[in-house]
Design a binder for this molecule. Structure first.
Ligand SMILES: [Zn+2]
Length: 445
């Protein structure tokens, strides 16, 4: 018999289509699925009971785009000439790091970034890994770290021809092998990832699309994150980035375009028409000074927009808050976007990006039980069903996450990991980061 879990006495923000909030109720979970969501007192007890009195119960937050290995760069002092544009950020920071990555780093960063996201309320991430000198087997190592902490992950090897075609081909093979190997896994699955339009030729793009469609998995690509992508495409083909991707049949319902900062109205119309989606990464866009993605225009055209961290700040609440403020600042219109839209981006819309809207993204009967319980005792004003979504975006933070359930299993309890130890995670991560930094310094010399 599968295990039962009862979460009782909490305010439940279901995130369903009607935006239902239950002032005081319970969520019943049988095995990995939610079997009942209701108001009032539960009549029976379960194998595991979480008393959520004074707490807010929300759907697990979804990180629609990340790079787990970014966590190993926290605090690294890279001895480089300061970049003055996005192309230089890639050339001086990310690409040397990619080249220095090892299988151990892939594992350690999955463990550490996975734990960081989980403890901050994210229960699913979509990662793309890029390590030209650690291709074969890297996805298994990332899956190992992901499963050890108990978070859900969609994993991919990022194909690029920036060095040579062989590198892209090996990345492609690694991705396909991994996708086939984890078809029935509960926590991890695979997808196809292309680095960016300006680093992949037509042939590899076409092969990637065909394979993604055949395997029925998502395909993701960084899209006009910086002007370098747009200018390269205009110069090489006369097409804007999304126009080129459309010509190559990349756009479809399981296509996730990361960033889309430099896209015009015609490109947005193409994304909308093909029912592709966008992973918005506002904090990363600010960090790299690339510009502001036209998210309000995307939403008005009915484009699905999820929220990512792009390998920088893994707390989804910080990313939500930034998504709320960046568009208000850019438009100088304090009503351009509101907490309801932002909360949806971090939950159900993130699930829709990857074709998982019927399985994840809300607390509803028959869906998979990915649930976050927030301690509401530090909130300085009344928490009511009317104000709660505003509070989730304006007031709460990762520090308020008390318990986390993924696939019906309690993976964070009283702020601590249950599937592995927090100490093991930090020790593994620190060792890996120390060695990575040392390799990077040797490279600089
Ligand atoms: Zn990215």
């Amino acid at each position: 018999m599968s295990k039962e879990l009862l979460i009782k006495n909490g305010m439940i923000v279901t995130g369903d289509k009607r935006g239902t909030v239950i002032q005081k109720g319970y969520v019943w979970v049988n095995g990995s699925r939610i079997t009942e969501v209701s108001e009032g007192e539960a009549k029976f007890t379960a194998d595991t009971v979480i008393d959520a009195a004074g707490c807010i119960v929300i759907p697990g937050l979804i990180t629609a785009h990340t790079h787990l290995y970014g966590i190993l760069l926290r605090g690294a002092s890279l001895n480089i000439k300061p970049p003055t544009d996005f192309a230089q950020v890639l050339q001086r920071v990310w690409w040397p790091v990619d080249e220095a990555l090892t299988q151990e780093d892939a594992y350690a960063s999955a463990l550490s970034a996975g734990a960081d996201m989980l403890r901050n309320g994210s229960t699913l991430f979509a990662d793309t890994y890029s390590g030209p000198n650690s291709i074969e087997g890297s996805l298994n190592e990332i899956a190992r770290g992901t499963k050890e902490v108990g978070i859900r992950g969609i994993l991919a090897f990022e194909m690029t021809e920036r060095n040579n075609a062989d590198e892209a081909n090996r990345g492609f093979q690694e991705g396909i092998k991994f996708i086939k190997s984890c078809k029935k896994d509960d926590l991890v699955s695979g997808m196809i990832s292309l680095h960016a339009s300006f680093t992949v030729g037509d042939e590899i793009v076409t092969r990637a699309v065909e394979e993604a469609r055949q395997l029925d998995v998502p395909i993701t690509v960084h899209t006009s994150e910086g002007l370098v992508d747009l200018y390269h495409n205009l110069e090489a083909t006369g097409e804007r980035t999304v126009e080129r991707l459309d010509r190559l049949d990349v756009l479809g319902p399981k296509t996730v375009l990361a960033h889309c900062v430099h896209v015009n109205d015609h490109e947005l119309d193409l994304i909308s028409k093909r029912r592709a989606s966008v992973a918005h990464n506002p904090m990363s866009n600010m960090l790299n000074a690339v510009g502001v993605a036209p998210v309000p225009a995307m939403l008005s055209k009915g484009i699905t927009v999820g929220l990512g961290n792009d390998g920088w700040i893994y707390d989804p609440f910080e990313n939500m808050r930034c998504a709320l403020t960046i568009h208000r600042l850019a438009s100088r219109n304090p009503s351009i976007i509101g907490p309801e839209e932002i909360f949806k981006m971090a939950t159900i819309e993130g699930a829709h990006c990857y074709g998982l809207g019927t399985e994840l993204g809300s607390i509803e009967k028959r869906k998979l039980a990915d649930i976050v319980i927030l301690d509401g005792t530090r909130v300085p004003t009344p928490l009511t069903p009317d104000s709660i979504v505003g509070h989730l975006v304006n007031t709460f933070g990762g520090r308020d996450v008390r318990d986390v359930v993924v696939d019906g299993r309690v993976v964070v309890k009283d702020r601590l990991l249950t599937q592995t130890s927090d100490l093991h995670v930090s020790e593994t991560s620190i060792k890996s980061a120390r060695e990575l930094w040392s390799r990077l310094q040797q490279h600089e010399r």
